[in-house]
Design a protein around this ligand. Structure first.
Ligand SMILES: [Zn+2]
Length: 152
């Protein structure tokens, strides 16, 4: 298959940026506002931002729907952050606090927290209820997005 550019949404200004396949996402800046298009850390987003990502973005990303009172959510957080750092060149990791954004939990048909949703090319690839333990989270993401199973 020929390499394909990714259309990456800038969460700062809502511009959609074309990023060549193979370019490290955390090295890409928005052409309109110059903000970085990705970070090596999980980023909190809103229901509206999630909807914009679903509709306009063709890159790979994972969203963690969580709540502050949820023990398994808090236990998973460091593993989620580690995966975000390890996969920063290819995959963005977002978080939605379902206490602050219950509209997102309803719209995305979430039955409990934590729930992980993986998106690529404008499609939901997988919805994972519950927290994968330890390195299983990164393996799950690498498998879904077709990335090398070896840790960088
Ligand atoms: Zn921008």
């Amino acid at each position: 298959m020929a390499s394909e550019d990714r259309m990456i949404l800038c969460l700062a200004c809502n511009a959609v940026n074309r990023v060549p396949e193979g370019k490290v996402l955390t090295a890409a800046k928005c052409g309109r506002c110059s903000q970085m298009l990705a970070t090596p850390h999980p980023v909190d987003i809103t229901n509206d931002q999630m909807r914009a990502l679903e509709q306009k973005d063709t890159g790979a990303f994972v969203v963690d729907l969580w709540a502050p009172w949820c023990g398994p959510c808090r236990s998973m957080a460091p593993h989620y952050a580690a995966a975000a750092e390890s996969l920063q060149g290819d995959v963005r990791f977002y978080k939605i606090n379902t206490d602050q954004h219950p509209d997102a939990a309803i719209r995305l048909n979430i039955r409990g927290v934590p729930t992980l949703i993986a998106w690529k090319a404008g499609r939901e690839l997988a919805k994972q209820a519950g927290a994968p333990g330890g390195a299983a989270l990164e393996r799950w993401a690498r498998g879904l997005f077709g990335l090398s199973p070896t840790v960088n």
